[in-house]
Design a binder for this molecule. Structure first.
Ligand SMILES: *Cc1c(COP(=O)(O)O)cnc(C)c1O
Length: 506
């Protein structure tokens, strides 16, 4: 840290705003230095010659970092240095060779929005303290509902801290709709066992609702899925009837649009028919696949029927690349969120305010304070327009189709597990010694054993990150995700070549 002015060496509170008004210029200089550190990280993230990560085991990483909280505060110089060190060891999730997670990429407009959000530092509970952001939330949520379906225009939505909590809101609203007295009287108002249904491929947060809300996980029925990971509607109806015959109360079905591992889409229309026949709430968990609603080419048949649902979870921080966190939950019926969750705290939600209090959205949620997740999404959508997002979705899907094509062309080295419906591509890498072997259970076991070893090599080389996991049908396999605007066809070629370079001798 050469060339820093002397005030950088002094203790923090003594020399920047709000403590020393005369040091406005020095405050600016400090923040500009910080921005330089951030810009260096952004440059490195977009540089294919830079590593994605500099891996160290936790015990070694602890030695490399000075994380302790000191008795006496450190200098501005030290803080700038700390920021640079933090980013030096952080995994670059926006790197074009990071294929590891559903949320990746670094959208710079959304990031700019997050910077502004941090600077405004407000809470989303009332119009009183977040007027512009509350109006934005209204506009963007209405726009998203219109994309789900025309009949959703006058529904209701809220941003939640993640898709898991969004799913919980759907559960709460469904129970409230069916048992409006539950809120005041509790469990005794429900004469019988509530049961919910979801596929065995659904996100674990759905099952978690059953645990959190007093059903017990045994009453979250896991409906079998087909080879491709889609819920089998016939099995759903069989299981609903089975529970009804026991005197239970089936009330909630979660249909997944874009499963987390395989990227499969449950057949919403068939599931909606069953929900209508048995008087159950239909929730669509489109946390992952929701982005494809923006694409005319890929929306159907995957999300056909979504307008028939009662609620939809849709995470812009996944396929749409909004910065973490940005998750939305939408309801076709207005008013449920408020009547279900309202507690009317006297000190926040006074009824005699200066303005129309329907803009105080804070009482619709089970949190008190709520982070501002709307501005970064609004700004990103302003920049792209609907058309830009549609192109972005189409590009991610086309790159995934390219990856599938390249895997098939190199079938000696790679084994495609299934034709994907989304950007999740599931496959095995085949090292040289296993290439001239019939593909059977034995070879799958061997290929499964290769995954953690090859992944470890990727992380140690720092050149590539791809996730792997087992599922009910097979041992470990790779699941590649293309969800970042930085990825090109050349990166897809690199991905396959690099796996082969690192793994051929396994
Ligand atoms: C990621 C995911 C979730 C959970 O979202 P978080 O924002 O991580 O809580 C829920 N459902 C599906 C299908 C997902 O892929």
């Amino acid at each position: 840290m050469n060339g820093l002015p002397s005030f950088f060496k002094e203790k923090v509170p003594s020399n920047i705003l709000p403590y020393k008004l005369e040091n406005e210029a020095q405050t600016r200089e400090f923040l500009q230095k910080l921005v330089d550190v951030l810009l260096d990280f952004i440059r490195a993230t977009n540089d294919r010659n830079e590593k994605i990560l500099d891996f160290h085991h936790p015990e070694d990483m602890q030695k490399l970092l000075d994380l302790k909280i000191p008795d006496q505060g450190v200098s501005l110089q030290q803080l700038i240095h700390d920021c640079a060190t933090t980013l030096k060891y952080q995994v670059k999730t926006g790197h074009p060779r990071f294929f590891n997670q559903l949320s990746c990429g670094l959208d710079l407009i959304s990031m700019a929005g997050e910077w502004l959000t941090a600077t405004a530092n407000t809470n989303m509970f009332t119009y009183e303290i977040a007027p512009v952001f509350i109006l934005m939330e209204n506009v963007v949520m209405t726009h998203m509902r219109e994309i789900i379906g025309n009949s959703w225009r006058n529904g209701d939505s809220i941003l939640a801290p993640g898709g898991s909590i969004s799913n919980l809101y759907a559960f709460l609203a469904a129970r409230h709709k069916m048992f409006p007295n539950y809120k005041e009287k509790g469990i005794a108002t429900i004469q019988g066992q509530l049961v919910m249904f979801t596929s065995d491929q659904s996100h674990y947060s759905v099952k978690s609702c059953a645990s959190v809300c007093g059903l017990g996980t045994d009453n979250c029925v896991m409906v079998p899925s087909d080879e491709c990971g889609r819920m089998i509607p016939r099995e759903l109806e069989r299981l609903v009837i089975e529970r009804k015959n026991k005197g239970h109360i089936p009330f909630f079905v979660c249909s997944t649009a874009g499963t987390t591992v395989l990227g499969a889409f449950d057949p919403i229309n068939d599931i909606a028919d069953i929900c209508e026949r048995h008087g159950m709430w239909l929730h669509v968990d489109a946390a992952w696949g929701g982005g494809l609603l923006l694409s005319k080419k890929y929306r159907h048949p995957r999300l056909s029927g979504i307008e028939r649902a009662n609620s939809v979870t849709w995470n812009p921080h996944k396929l749409m690349g909004a910065l973490l966190q940005c998750s939305t939950i939408h309801f076709k019926e207005d008013g449920l969120l408020m009547s279900c969750n309202q507690m009317s705290a006297d000190y926040l939600f006074m009824q005699d305010k200066l303005y129309d209090i329907k803009f105080d959205t804070g009482d619709k949620v089970i949190q008190c304070g709520r982070h501002n997740d709307i501005f970064k999404l609004w700004l990103q959508w302003r920049a792209k327009g609907d058309e830009g997002f549609e192109k972005h979705m189409d590009k991610l899907m086309e790159l995934s189709e390219y990856l599938v094509r390249r895997i098939k062309e190199q079938s000696d080295k790679f084994y495609l597990i299934m034709e994907p419906e989304m950007v999740n591509v599931s496959f095995w890498y085949i090292p040289a010694r296993l290439r001239n072997m019939p593909h059977n259970k034995h070879r799958e076991q061997e290929l499964g054993k290769m995954c953690p070893i090859l992944k470890a090599r990727m992380m140690q080389a720092g050149t590539l990150m791809v996730g792997y996991q087992p599922d009910e049908r097979r041992p470990n396999f790779f699941r590649n995700i293309i969800s970042s605007a930085a990825v090109t066809e050349k990166d897809v070629d690199f991905l396959l070549n690099e796996m082969d370079r690192l793994g051929h001798d396994l």
